[in-house]
Design a protein around this ligand. Structure first.
Ligand code: ISE
Length: 342
């Protein structure tokens, strides 16, 4: 049930992730409500609007465009869940209208368009964009970050990530393996180390026949202080969904993302369930991310991953895709960080 003072959020893009966020905002998030749904596909928008209206016990209007939604003046903030290629235009318009946005990753697909978004935010003179890097809100990732920052196990020396998806959709390309999937590890490594990534090297070796691309791939990254980290990205791993991070310190090793919970013994096997997909695996992290964003917007500020984080990861993706093509290690090129993001 919606109450006065709730943050009214427009969910823009009502595909699977958009519908997932709309339900979260309507049913789980405190002090927030879905104020509108927006999609060029009005049937889809109306269907999600109807689901949300039932949860909130009040009608939720559907619009075909951001312009129409802004003109109706019915929301305070936007959760942007359209494909990345449509983000630049939407973000610039929303920044110019002074509307805070939680933008699902990527900020934009390339560094050049990400810079244009940074410029728009600088013209506005305040941070309005948070990027949906939800791994930063995962409880174990946060514990691991505290261990890194506390220095209790000495210096962080190296990191290993595993990122395994059950099966890539048909339309998934090799570039997307970097831009859509490894982008999370680029952000995670920057989050854990507080450093920028300076080079990316993608290697391919033996491939599964169960897919249309070279898969799995190995991504080696180096940060500004020289720390090395690797990612095994496997799009057609056929085992469920597995995302893990392991940190190697001077005095110990810490791993995040291992299954816990009910252990079953049956048919001469002992087993522990793992998640089937990222919606389930990261549901608590998405809840936490959206709640903290709502709290921050209501309090008049933002503290989550910024447009700069979106830009810096887009630059890493650029280097990663170049490395997929060249087979060489590629440098990450960044502009100077504007004061707004320091
Ligand atoms: C997907 O788009 C996500 O964002 C998931 O978190 C990621 O693990 C998956 O590889 C992507 O395709």
């Amino acid at each position: 049930m919606r109450t006065d003072g709730d943050l009214r959020v427009a969910v823009v893009g009502t595909g699977r992730m958009g519908a997932n966020h709309a339900q979260r905002l309507a049913g789980t998030t405190q002090h927030a409500a879905v104020g509108a749904v927006v999609d060029i596909d009005m049937d889809r928008a109306r269907a999600v609007g109807a689901q949300v209206s039932r949860i909130q016990a009040a009608p939720v209007p559907a619009f075909a465009s951001i312009e129409e939604m802004l003109a109706a003046d019915v929301v305070d903030a936007v959760l942007l869940v359209t494909p990345g290629a449509l983000h630049e235009r939407a973000l610039v318009d929303l920044i110019e209208a002074g509307v805070p946005v939680l933008c699902e990753k990527p900020l934009t697909p390339e560094p050049e368009s990400a810079v244009r978004v940074l410029r728009a935010e600088q013209r506005a003179g305040r941070r309005l964009i948070q990027v949906g890097f939800h791994r930063r809100f995962d409880a174990e990732y946060r514990q691991l970050k505290q261990i890194v920052d506390s220095g209790q196990l000495g210096q962080l020396l190296m990191m290993h990530f595993q990122h395994r998806n059950p099966a890539a959709p048909e339309w998934f390309t090799e570039e997307m393996l970097i831009n859509d999937s490894v982008v999370h590890e680029f952000d995670a490594l920057r989050f854990f180390t507080g450093e920028e990534i300076t080079s990316v090297h993608v290697r391919t070796g033996r491939s599964t026949v169960k897919g249309m691309m070279r898969d799995p791939q190995m991504v080696l990254m180096q940060t500004s202080s020289g720390l090395l980290a690797d990612v095994e990205i496997f799009m057609n791993a056929r085992l469920g969904y597995q995302v893990q991070a392991q940190a190697v310190f001077e005095d110990g090793v810490v791993s995040a993302g291992h299954p816990s919970g009910l252990q079953m013994t049956a048919q001469v096997r002992q087993s522990l369930a793992i998640a089937e997909n990222f919606y389930d695996r990261f549901a608590p992290a998405y809840d936490q991310e959206v709640q903290e964003w709502v709290n921050a917007v209501r309090a008049g500020g933002l503290s989550g991953p910024s447009a700069w984080d979106g830009y810096a990861t887009a630059a890493c993706c650029d280097a990663g895709v170049a490395s997929q093509q060249s087979g060489n290690s590629e440098l990450v090129h960044l502009i100077d960080q504007p004061p707004l993001y320091r």
